[in-house]
Design a protein around this ligand. Structure first.
Ligand SMILES: [Mg+2]
Length: 335
């Protein structure tokens, strides 16, 4: 059997029993957006790490050094946001080919600094090494959260509404543009989508507001797309889900690009990936109040896109009828 037979999630299931079983009760290990370590005092420690490899996660000739630095850190902040935490320090390990330009590196660090500075997070260490092929970037971010307020993937309940904190599919549209070699400067809609792909804003404030609500049960960040990420909630919480495809929030820019270039906006919104907003499940009775607070604070909707069921299955609905959406979210290693 090869790695391609089991996929990324199969790989994680093989690692867990060998390296992450028998953890003490004050630790949550593999399987959520962050590890959670209970410390003495009032705050829990959150730890998350992400590895980005040139050619797999980014195309060095299509993303600027500034954007790459920013995005490498932003995706980690997004995992801290998913638990309702605050980032505190970051550690950067990089593998670089020896012909990497110094100007490129200066811009890369500037992208990191602009994001870390806006959240008062220090880059406190790391490692550098030579890479024989391509750029390799690994960030580890340490954060903290109030232990009573941390939200997990495993706590969704049947009847909960499934909600998202931002538009879906812009980043997936941006990726099509980049992979297809389209000129984003030819159309302002395309520029917006590529920007969403390169400069995702971590929803840290949204995460903290939602984490403070008892009516919010489960939460995670949308890295692989609703279709893939809701399955993580289903597996961890032992529930099913019904998604109403017309309720997936789509930006006007994505809608315009979809009608102009013949893309399917449902498919992009459900499975485009790398949205980096948050998905949470909210007790139905609390939704109005929580969505009202969300609107007051952020001047945007907390979009309800479906609900948690007890069927164990994922079902998509369009005009109250069950439909099949074709593509599934991104899974590393699977063809
Ligand atoms: Mg995540």
């Amino acid at each position: 059997m090869k790695l391609s037979d089991i996929g990324e999630f199969g790989l994680i299931e093989r690692i867990r029993p060998v390296l992450s079983e028998d953890l003490p009760p004050y630790m949550l290990g593999i399987g959520d957006d962050c590890a959670v370590i209970q410390r003495k005092g009032s705050r829990s420690m959150l730890v998350t790490t992400d590895l980005l490899i040139e050619g797999v996660h980014f195309l060095a000739d299509r993303i600027s050094a500034y954007e790459l630095g920013y995005k490498s850190l932003a995706v980690n902040f997004s995992d801290i946001a998913a638990m309702g935490g605050e980032p505190e320090s970051a550690f950067l390990s990089i593998g670089l080919p020896e012909d990497t330009g110094i100007d490129w590196l200066d811009d890369f660090f500037l992208g990191i600094k602009d994001l870390s500075g806006s959240y008062n997070t220090m880059v406190a260490g790391g490692d550098t090494t030579q890479s024989r092929e391509g750029i390799i970037i690994n960030f580890t971010v340490i954060g903290s959260a109030d232990p009573g307020r941390i939200k997990y993937r495993s706590t969704a309940l049947p009847g909960d509404l499934i909600c998202v904190t931002g538009n879906l599919g812009d980043s997936g549209g941006g990726l099509i543009i980049l992979l297809g070699g389209m000129d984003e400067n030819s159309d302002p809609n395309l520029k917006t989508l590529v920007r969403a792909h390169h400069l995702p804003r971590p929803h840290l404030e949204e995460g903290r507001l939602l984490a403070a609500e008892d009516g919010v049960h489960a939460m995670l960040d949308l890295s692989d797309g609703v279709d893939s990420d809701i399955r993580r909630v289903m597996e961890n919480s032992g529930v099913g889900a019904e998604i109403e495809i017309e309720k997936l929030p789509v930006s006007p820019e994505l809608r315009n690009a979809c009608s102009r270039y013949g893309w399917n906006h449902y498919e992009l919104a459900a499975a485009g990936g790398e949205d980096y907003c948050l998905m949470c499940t909210v007790e139905a009775d609390s939704y109005r109040t929580i969505a009202g607070e969300f609107r007051k604070r952020f001047n945007r909707e907390l979009h309800s896109i479906g609900h948690i069921t007890n069927t164990g299955r994922l079902q998509y609905m369009e005009k109250k009828r069950s439909i099949d959406i074709g593509k599934r979210g991104w899974d590393h290693f699977r063809k």
